[in-house]
Ligand binder design. Structure first.
Ligand code: DC
Length: 225
């Protein structure tokens, strides 16, 4: 069967990466977490004291560094200049600045070029905010995942707890709302559902239920190939 491209978009903590990883594993596809790429740049900017509001400086920094996604024993690893930063890019300081960094046009142009090159041969599950609209507009399957703010805050809280990151629940909820607002209202490639994407509301659904829904859609499409 020919390999297709699967684009999964949606707001923060809607379950994109969990689902994308499962689908990629089950189909033997490559998984690309595009959010981790914006996070890697944000991490480097904070480390190198590059102003996150300065588009030009950020783009120069991005062009100087190499961001690599690698399949490790415990899942996908992200490397900047050959150094692993998989855990570092999840710290609250990065999370709170990444929407600002990813809103810059120059940054997005460079990032999208790289992401398109990963997806050009199919056999890929890519998650993000603009995959179905900009990065892989010809993806055979496009899913737009949503869930209530409360449900997403609960998921993030649990995830943080399991990683030993202590966070206040109400603060998490506010941060999710703030990122939703920034990601959906930025001028360049805002978070919107692609016209031909299937909307899936995961509030109250468990992972197995959502995987099964998506697989029905994917399997239908794969038959045409
Ligand atoms: O999925 P995530 O929370 O790791 O993404 C981090 C940020 O990166 C998110 O706030 C918006 C941005 N992002 C983006 O603008 N475009 C993408 N394709 C992926 C992520």
């Amino acid at each position: 069967m020919k390999k297709i491209s699967i684009a999964i978009d949606g707001p923060a903590s809607s379950g994109k990466s969990t689902l994308a990883k499962i689908l990629a594993k089950d189909y033997g596809y490559i998984y690309i977490d595009t959010g981790s790429m914006y996070r890697a740049l944000t991490y480097m900017a904070l480390k190198e004291k590059v102003d996150v509001n300065n588009e030009k400086d950020l783009d120069e920094l991005l062009k100087k560094i190499t961001i690599t996604l690698k399949q490790g024993k415990n899942g996908q690893q992200i490397l900047v200049n050959e150094q692993e930063v998989t855990d570092e890019i999840r710290i609250p300081d990065v999370t709170n600045n990444v929407s600002t960094v990813s809103a810059h046009k120059k940054v997005r142009v460079t990032m999208v070029k790289l992401q398109k090159s990963y997806g050009e041969h199919g056999g890929v599950v890519m998650d993000g905010r603009d995959i179905g609209t900009v990065v892989l507009p010809n993806a055979q399957v496009k899913i737009f995942l949503v869930a209530s703010v409360l449900e997403r805050a609960k998921r993030r809280f649990k995830e943080n707890q399991s990683k030993g990151i202590l966070t206040d629940f109400d603060t998490l909820k506010d941060e999710i709302k703030r990122r939703d607002f920034l990601d959906s209202n930025r001028k360049v490639s805002p978070l919107v559902q692609a016209k031909n994407a299937v909307l899936l509301d995961t509030t109250g659904l468990n992972i197995a239920e959502v995987v099964s829904e998506i697989k029905k859609i994917v399997n239908e499409k794969r038959k045409d190939f």
